[in-house]
Structures are given as structure tokens and as C-alpha cells.
Design a protein around this ligand. Structure first.
Ligand code: C5J
Length: 223
């Protein structure tokens, strides 16, 4: 059915049909959230991302209870690094580079412990998992086709980090015609000011990239 719900969102109310809405949970992997992973090797304080884990689980469970399509993405490369541009591997001055062996396995390599999802956010059977080589989840993946096959028109977003993979994916989705809403507590950045700036730029100019709302507002959506 095409019943819609109304969320008290910014910059104005967001209406969405749960039957045509998917939740996209971006890169809630040990490599970004726990010590010893990719985020840590780049010099970030990974503890800053922790608050998003609880909120992300609440968001997922709310969507699961409404039988919405659940998509988890992970940024991870093939073991032979064939899908990792040299420009990405050589960028910056990390303590370990993508593919190097770390305390949670090889950094950002698909199948390694560190590249997998944090325990709390383990996908349930039947949920979609997108492994992506880039920051955006549409680039070089099946995501677009999967959303089309499910008749999805609206997307809820959570995950890390706000201004990198979350914002990139939301912009990709917006350009593809999806109505996008980012759940504020379900996303975090290593840089609190970048999170706030991202929320502001998404909803500026009448929602130029999309909407944002609190988890409270979403879970109190009304017909
Ligand atoms: C980053 C991501 N920050 N998932 N990846 O490199 O946001």
C-alpha cells in the first residue's frame, strides 16, 4: 500500500511511503569505529563515532518493524586490491595503508574482521549488503539496480562518517531522484563541526540535498 507518514523534519516536513522506503546504513564497520582500524590509522579519535551505534540500531529496528528494505554498506576492497585505486592507497600519511596487516586483519579488506560490521549492527538474514570501493555507495555497485527492483523512492540514512561516505552517498541518491532523509543521531563524524556543517548544508536552500530529522521525530511520524 502507498500510505505515507509525515515526519517533523528540517527544512520542512518529510512525507514518505514506508512500502517504498529503504534505510541505508553506511559503513558501520570496525575499521571506522574501533581502535586499530582504518579510521585510527589516519589519526582520528574513533571514540567519537560510538554514540551513532546505539541510535543506528534503534533506526534499523524501527525500519525492520515496518518491513522496510534494509541496506548495509561497507567500504572494503578485494584482497588483491584490484578495486583500490593507487591514488586512494597512497593518500595521506597513515600508520598503516589499505591492505596492510593490522590488529583487526588487513586494513579495509573485504572478509577481514576489521572490515566487517560492529557486532551490534550485524545484518539480519535477507538484508542487503553492498560492498563498495568508493565513498559513495552507488559508484561501482549494484545499489541502484536493487533499489529500482524494489520500487524504492525514498531513503533514510544513517552511518559513518557524516561528511564523507554518508554525504557522498546521499548526494549520489539525490541526483538519482530519491527523496533522502538523514537521521541526525544515527550518524557521526570524527569532526563534530563537520557533522553539524553537513546537516546544515543538506537542508539549506529548501533541502538542496535532502532532509534531516531527529530519531525522535522519525519514530513519532504520523499519518
Ligand atoms: C571514510 C567513510 N571516512 N565510511 N569512509 O573514509 O566515511
Amino acid at each position: 500500500n502507498m500510505d505515507t507518514l509525515r515526519v517533523d523534519a528540517q527544512p520542512f516536513a518529510w512525507r514518505f511511503p514506508p512500502a517504498r522506503t529503504a534505510v541505508i546504513m553506511i559503513d558501520m564497520q570496525r575499521d571506522f569505529i574501533l581502535p586499530g582500524g582504518f579510521g585510527d590509522t589516519l589519526g582520528n579519535d574513533v571514540a567519537r563515532l560510538k554514540p551513532a551505534v546505539t541510535a543506528a540500531l534503534e533506526l534499523l529496528d524501527w525500519c525492520r518493524a515496518r518491513n522496510m528494505l534494509v541496506v548495509h554498506t561497507k567500504e572494503a576492497h578485494a584482497a588483491d586490491l584490484s578495486d583500490c585505486p593507487l591514488a586512494k592507497r597512497l593518500r595521506g600519511d597513515p600508520t598503516l595503508r589499505i591492505g596492510d596487516p593490522g590488529s583487526m586483519g588487513r586494513i579495509l579488506i573485504d572478509g577481514e574482521f576489521g572490515a566487517d560490521f560492529v557486532e551490534e549492527l550485524t545484518p539480519l538474514p535477507g538484508e542487503v549488503i553492498i560492498t563498495k570501493p568508493g565513498k559513495g555507495a552507488f559508484y561501482a555497485t549494484e545499489l541502484g539496480e536493487i533499489l529500482k527492483a524494489h520500487g524504492i523512492t525514498h531513503l533514510l540514512f544513517g552511518g559513518v562518517t557524516t561528511e564523507v561516505c554518508v554525504q557522498t552517498t546521499m548526494r549520489e541518491a539525490n541526483d538519482r531522484g530519491y527523496e533522502c532523509l538523514l537521521v541526525e543521531e544515527a550518524t557521526e563524524s570524527y569532526f563534530p563541526e563537520f557533522k553539524q556543517a553537513t546537516l546544515a548544508m543538506i537542508r539549506a536552500q529548501g533541502g538542496i540535498v535532502g532532509w534531516t530529522a531527529t530519531l525522535e521525530a522519525l519514530t513519532h511520524a504520523t499519518p
